[in-house]
Design a protein around this ligand. Structure first.
Ligand SMILES: Cc1ncc(COP(=O)(O)O)c(C=O)c1O
Length: 387
């Protein structure tokens, strides 16, 4: 069969493939510690589950408007105003099944063949995949280990060309746990203003932050008119399987993103949206407790990895990933990830799953218990000492 040419340019998320390989080994009786997948291992808070269940019994089992239930759009607008200190109207909010479609739709709606998009590398692989899919050119903002996995903002202006349309930023970041500073964000805002660029700001890990307050790009003066804020419920409320996310953007963009929703999904599951209203309006303690536990795990995994010969691990300020440098093992990142799976029974991802600048690194998700993390560290050490 002949497929559309664009399909050959579409990337993927390796985490799902590695998970499948780990499961296949488990089916053969092997014990594997899962440090590959990027989802909280906690349960969705019970008040949120109850709200979703109640909505099902109340008959919220039909279509909603494509952009989302008015009550949820209103709640998200209020939440965004409270946390960002800017005016947001419900008409600026589009609710989607998970936050991922916001990347897909934003790029489809705004980026033409031949345009250029600046994006973090290593970074969430779907940005580069989508930029390539629409025939645009991905221009990497290289995240540097020695800069705590931030990019050199002084290079930003040099990367902009007359074809640049959009900058994608992600803070706190997947896969490095890096966090952009206020100065970084201000420099990005200046370049965006000077060159009239749209900024897709992926803030899905906003709450999973271990130092200081989250600074939203949307809060920066003058940026509301050019920012698409990507946010959602998957990480903050451990709701990956509910598929609930959203974008906040200028109304003129929201109209197009809503039309893409109508053409693809029709709408997001209605009872799920009611669970989202409860997640934002209800008690937040389960979510904050989860973040505390992630910090405890980070404080185990970072020194644990640094104690292993050949590994060097920076301490991330946010998200639930570490991105250790493995060059000292003399293996490349893919060989090392495969070796850890086979030899240590630990599933991790090669840094290059997040772009070419992930060379020499692996990504470890510490969304697993302290007990399993300690077990994994011990097995990794034994495996590395055999090299
Ligand atoms: C940086 C980043 N953005 C967006 C998403 C997508 O989230 P969702 O599951 O809500 O689609 C993820 C999920 O791993 C992510 O890491």
């Amino acid at each position: 069969m002949e497929f559309a040419r664009a399909m050959s340019r579409l990337g993927t998320e390796t985490a799902f493939e590695v998970l499948a390989r780990a499961r296949a080994l488990e089916a053969q009786g092997r014990e594997i510690v899962h440090l590959e997948i990027g989802e909280p291992d906690f349960d969705t808070p019970s008040n949120v589950i109850e709200a979703g269940g109640t909505a099902l019994y109340q008959g919220y089992t039909h279509y909603s408007p494509s952009a989302g239930l008015p009550e949820l759009r209103e709640t998200i607008a209020e939440y965004t105003m409270e946390t960002r200190g800017v005016e947001v109207k419900p008409e600026q909010v589009v609710v989607t099944p998970g936050a991922k479609p916001i990347m897909f739709f934003a790029i489809l709606a705004l980026v033409e063949e031949g345009d250029e998009v600046l994006y973090p590398n290593p970074g969430f692989p779907i940005y580069e995949s989508m930029i390539n899919f629409v025939g645009a050119k991905p221009v990497a903002l290289v995240l540097e280990e020695e800069r705590d996995f931030r990019f050199d903002v002084s290079q930003l202006a040099h990367k902009v060309s007359p074809r640049t349309k959009m900058i994608v930023i992600n803070s706190p970041q997947n896969p490095t746990g890096g966090v952009l500073t206020k100065e970084d964000l201000e420099a990005i805002a200046q370049v965006a203003e000077e060159h009239d660029l749209v900024v897709l700001s992926d803030e899905i890990y906003e709450r999973i932050l271990y130092e200081g307050e989250h600074i939203s790009f949307l809060s920066l003066p003058g940026m509301q008119k050019r920012t698409i804020l990507l946010n959602g419920f998957s990480k903050t409320y451990a709701m990956t399987g509910w598929r609930l996310g959203y974008g906040v953007m200028p109304e003129e963009i929201a109209v197009h993103i809503t039309r893409l929703m109508t053409n693809s999904n029709s709408c997001t599951a209605t009872f799920t949206q009611w669970a989202g209203v409860e997640a934002l309006r209800g008690p937040q303690d389960a979510s904050y407790k989860m973040v505390e536990e992630f910090k405890r795990r980070r404080d185990v995994i970072v020194p644990g990895l640094n104690a292993i010969k050949g590994l060097r691990c920076a301490e991330p300020k946010g998200a639930f990933y570490v991105f250790p440098n493995i060059e000292g093992t003399q293996m490349n990142e893919k060989e090392f990830a495969d070796y850890l799976m086979e030899e240590a029974g630990v599933a991790v991802l090669a840094g290059t799953s997040f772009g070419e600048y992930g060379r020499g690194f692996i990504r470890i998700s510490y969304a697993n218990s302290v007990e399993n993390i300690k077990k994994a560290l011990a097995s990794i050490e034994v495996a590395v000492n055999k090299l």
